[in-house]
Ligand binder design. Structure first.
Ligand code: NAI
Length: 374
């Protein structure tokens, strides 16, 4: 075998030392963290033919099943993917608990990279999901929409059907819940929505953010939005009267509500100081870089509506369809999300604690109670 081929099959000693060090650091910390945070299982997946590299985290399938989407993203490295997978899976458990859905949370993350054969990778994930026999039920997430779900559903029954026989209207459900959560936050602060006097900044005009922006604009609010895709932003600005904000400046706009509907982790030490809104309430998962930032917002007098309390509309719609065969109407979903948000904000005021802390405590208590009942 020539040296060149050997090099691609056998890592250099420096490479293997580095890999060994990574595995040591990750496995030590990982197992500790899984135990600390109550995870059931973490699976690393690899498929040579499709180039698939993925993680599946099952946080809690105790009530009989765990729900969670498949995220495809080009992560900086494996550890970033692993951490994201864990955080998202745990948030799904919290989301189910607060929405009183008899299920726990899980997540799959698929590392996007040039070598990935996307179609075959999703088919492979479908086979993995099928082998779990219903313990994990997969759904959409960033990078996984109808086309990808259709590929997964070629190989498993345990995935959201993106076609006419499925639950439908998932992003609509999330958006309806987000709008209801924003309304609840405004009522909590000022006693009413008063839409025509409000300025709302939406970050991300994707499946959910565009619907949130259009609905609020329809209610008469002034809506500004940032979007990385300039063409898309322009379209909305022209057709719907939504003002554009540069995607680096949305945090600096004085407004009533900042609605993050792009990616997570955007509220950290620096960005929290820039905010000029009274309320943060949006669809994005894991908006806070860490739980302390929920406290930082509270100290600054910004009302933060916890992401997993406000963005559960699609989960409500999908789980109800899966469990009972019912397509829950959007008005009912809005009412359910609104009630969850009102309850969290009410408790926060009564107890003088941040909404982030109240939501986490309530979700943990509900999960623990369910575990004790089993
Ligand atoms: P999407 O991928 O359709 O839309 C995201 C949009 O944000 C894209 O148009 C993208 O260009 C834009 N974007 C990304 N980074 C940005 C930035 N820094 N500034 C401005 N724009 C940016 O995703 P989708 O489905 O609308 O979801 C949005 C968020 O809500 C995600 O975090 C997702 O995990 C979360 N979520 C979505 C649910 C759903 O039903 N689709 C359910 C629950 C949570």
């Amino acid at each position: 075998m020539c040296d060149e081929r050997r090099a691609s099959f056998f890592p250099s000693s420096a490479q293997s030392q580095r890999a060994e060090a990574t595995v040591k650091a990750m496995s030590f910390e990982l197992l500790d963290q899984l135990a600390r945070e109550g995870f059931e299982e973490m699976v690393a997946l690899h498929d040579r033919r499709s180039g698939l590299r993925a993680f599946l985290a099952i946080h809690d399938s105790g009530p009989g099943r765990a729900f969670g989407g498949i995220r495809r993203w080009s992560y900086y490295d494996e550890e970033a993917a692993l951490r994201d997978c864990m955080r998202l899976a745990r948030a799904m458990t919290y989301k189910c608990a607060l929405a009183r859905i008899p299920a726990g949370g899980a997540k799959m993350v698929l590392l996007d990279r040039p070598e990935l054969h996307v179609e075959n990778a999703y088919r492979h994930l479908g086979e993995v999901v099928e082998r779990l026999g219903g313990r994990y039920y997969a759904g959409p997430d960033v990078g996984t929409n109808s086309a990808e779900l259709a590929l997964v559903s070629e190989r498993t029954r345990y995935v959201t059907d993106p076609g006419p026989d499925g639950p439908g209207e998932l992003a609509e459900s999330t958006a309806a819940g987000v709008v209801a959560g924003i309304a609840a936050a405004l009522r909590h602060l000022d006693g009413g929505e008063d839409w025509s006097k409000r300025t709302i900044v939406v970050q991300g005009l994707g499946e959910v953010g565009s619907r949130v922006a259009l609905t609020l604009r329809g209610y008469g609010a002034r809506v500004l939005a940032s979007e990385l895709d300039a063409e898309r932003a322009e379209l909305f600005a022209k057709q719907a009267g939504i003002e554009r904000v540069d995607p680096t400046q949305e945090l600096d706009v004085p407004c009533d509500v900042f609605s993050p509907c792009a990616l997570g982790g955007i509220l950290h030490d620096l960005s929290v100081l820039r905010l000029r809104c009274r309320v943060v309430a949006g669809a994005a998962n894991n908006v806070l870089a860490s739980p302390e930032h929920g406290e930082a917002l509270h100290e600054r007098g910004v009302l933060y509506v916890p992401d997993y309390a406000i963005n559960s509309g699609a989960l409500m719609r999908g789980s109800r369809f899966h469990l009972d065969g019912v397509r829950e109407p959007l008005e009912r979903i809005a009412a359910r999300v609104g009630a969850v948000v009102e309850s969290i904000l009410g408790q926060s005021r009564e107890q003088g604690l941040s909404p982030a802390r109240v939501a986490a405590r309530e979700a943990e208590m509900l999960v623990e109670r369910r575990r004790l009942e089993r």
